[in-house]
Design a protein around this ligand. Structure first.
Ligand code: HEM
Ligand SMILES: *[C@@H]1O[C@H](CO)[C@@H](O)[C@H](O)[C@H]1NC(C)=O
Ligand SMILES: *[C@@H]1O[C@H](CO)[C@@H](O)[C@H](O)[C@H]1NC(C)=O
Length: 520
């Protein structure tokens, strides 16, 4: 999801900062769909007033006792209290730059790896400490829980895994993990992913200029609709993708449910999506047992699991939501990094073309064996996730007063494990800002590399909310890389850079001219 699923809590309640960035971008002439309309100005003003009111009431509360340090709670050190606005701007300024942890790194130098900070009037404990980050993830549901504003919960649906808590979250998470675990990929996803790739990225003519970001966006949503709903018709997929686009735009916007506002459009789009999913459920039930049901998660869900109908739509919407943008942007960033590192691109291409050699006689499709024979590609994916991991931080809230080391984090306090600060820590990763996929071949890094468990490398989170789509995402990205690098060479036409705010992306969308390899 834009700004993606992992920045929301805080961030989404902070859409004002987004508006500011948007406005800045518009005035500096970078392309964006948002016109600088009077609606935005009005909305910004409203939100800013709301923000000030909130700020003042928060400050009063803190003065009047509870929640501050000094009355039993010993919060980690940091700049609390005024000037709150300063922290917030520094924070989002850093996230909008190509180096999101800049601000937290500075704070960590001053106050230590676990520090307090005030973000738009709300107290937050921020951590760049691998052990504490892991502690927070491992105690999901016990000491901490993920936290989202109500408007966001209403949009993605209260029965989905992202916003569910406790028992219900564990059940839904279990189902999701089961549907997409490694052994299921071979029979249910391997071929379908490749069909989507063949259809969506393999037919560009020689010399075509593309905006790769838009292409990846299309690939990802096609993948999601195809794999989750089992839809294969191009028209069906495009239709669904359009509803989803409206939907996602709304999730990013101010929660004003009135005609003309993106949030309203999103709510309508949500209804369309739910009824489409309802139709698909009915159709699958009619076809029960016949081969036409296909490989979609939805079909298997109906057959294998017992979820009430009204929970199914939310479940699927949550998966699409969590998987779409993360996958799109990781594909994009991988190509971006490779373009800047020709030696890595060459090695990757050789590996991928080597696979072709093996089974040139067979169909064009890659096999599971092929997928298992891509060690360097796996390094490229890991390095892309380290440098350009979409989930730069996680959002949690303390469920109870939590004692950790000398500190007590009061119930209700925001807790932010800042993953990318760990991934970009020079002490853990020498040359941390360089794209160096070979680092993952180093035997010293093998333990670190274990992305399911490593405290030092957690691009898919951890604990009870560990990304259930991790293996699927990696397969999709590997197959994307295969089809892209074996079909094309490309020339970058415009300077570009990463930003992570308001969503992870390349500011100019990565325009490239493609040349078909067969023509060279
Ligand atoms: C490169 C791609 C991806 C990355 C980097 C990524 C990363 C993450 C991270 C860090 C979390 C944990 C969030 C938290 O703890 O608050 C997460 C959760 C989740 N991911 Fe992914 N993800 C990716 C792809 C996917 C895909 C393809 C799917 C599904 C089709 C998916 C489904 C989910 C779901 C459902 C959750 C929520 C789990 C829960 O809250 O219990 N993800 N992902
Ligand atoms: C998928 O992500 C793209 C951004 O990469 C966004 O524009 C689009 O609306 C998203 N669609 C869905 C269904 O999440
Ligand atoms: C979809 O089906 C569920 C469960 O049968 C029902 O509660 C819901 O109202 C339906 N929604 C739409 C939009 O058709």
């Amino acid at each position: 999801m834009t700004t993606n699923v992992f920045l929301p809590g805080l961030l989404r309640s902070l859409s004002r900062a987004e508006l500011i960035t948007k406005m800045r971008e518009t005035t500096t002439g970078s392309r964006d769909r948002w016109p600088l309309s009077s609606v935005i100005i009005l909305a910004t003003t409203l939100v800013f007033i709301a923000f000030l009111v909130k700020l003042i009431s928060k400050t009063k509360k803190r003065r009047s006792g509870r929640g501050g340090s000094g009355d039993g709670y010993k919060l980690p050190p940091g700049s609390t209290g005024w000037p709150l606005v300063g922290d917030t701007f520094a924070w989002f300024g850093a996230v909008a730059s190509s180096h999101p942890p800049r601000f937290v790194e500075q704070q960590a130098k001053r106050y230590g790896k676990i520090f307090s900070c005030s973000l738009l009037g709300k107290q937050a404990v921020v951590s760049v400490d691998p052990a504490f980050n892991r502690f927070v993830m491992q105690n999901e549901g016990k000491l901490f829980q993920s936290s989202y504003p109500k408007s966001f919960r209403d949009l993605v649906g209260k029965n989905g895994v992202i916003t569910a808590q406790g028992e219900q979250q564990r059940k839904l998470h279990g189902i999701a993990s089961n549907m997409m675990r490694l052994e299921k990929l071979k029979c249910h996803f391997l071929e379908d992913i490749q069909l989507v790739m063949l259809r969506s990225i393999c037919d560009f003519p020689d010399n075509q200029v593309i905006v790769l970001q838009d292409v990846c966006r299309k690939v990802a949503i096609n993948l999601m609709v195809n794999q989750l709903l089992g839809m294969t018709g191009e028209l069906d997929i495009d239709n669904m993708a359009r509803h989803f686009s409206d939907f996602v735009d709304g999730c990013l916007s101010l929660p004003i449910n009135l005609p003309g506002f993106a949030y309203h459009t999103a709510m309508k789009a949500r209804n369309n999506i739910v009824s489409k999913i309802n139709e698909t459920i009915a159709k699958i039930r009619r076809l029960q047992g016949s081969a036409e049901v296909g490989n979609g998660v939805l079909g298997r869900l109906l057959g294998e699991e017992s979820l009430p109908d009204e929970a199914i739509a939310d479940f699927i919407i949550n998966l699409i939501f969590a998987g779409n943008e993360t996958t799109a942007k990781t594909m994009l960033f991988a190509i971006y990094f490779l373009t800047k590192c020709p030696r890595a691109l060459k090695e990757l291409r050789e590996e991928q073309e080597g696979l072709r050699g093996h089974n040139a006689a067979e169909a064009e499709m890659l096999t599971w064996q092929d997928y298992k024979a891509m060690p360097f590609t796996q390094c490229v994916i890991d390095e892309t996730l380290r440098l350009g991991g979409i989930a730069i931080w996680l959002m949690r809230e303390a469920k109870v007063d939590v004692a950790y080391q000398d500190y007590v984090i009061p119930k209700g306090c925001f807790v932010v494990p800042f993953l990318s600060a760990v991934h970009l820590d020079e002490d853990l990763y020498p040359g941390a800002l360089d794209f160096n996929p070979w680092r993952w071949l180093n035997p010293d890094n093998q333990e670190k590399r274990n992305w399911r468990n490593s405290p030092f490398y957690a691009p898919f989170g951890g604990g009870a909310r560990f990304c259930p789509g991790a293996e699927l995402a990696r397969l999709q990205i590997a197959l994307f890389l295969h089809y892209f690098v074996t079909n094309y060479r490309w020339t970058q036409l415009k300077e570009d850079r990463m930003t992570f705010f308001p969503s992870a992306r390349l500011v100019n969308g990565f325009q490239v001219r493609l040349n078909r390899r067969s023509q060279l």
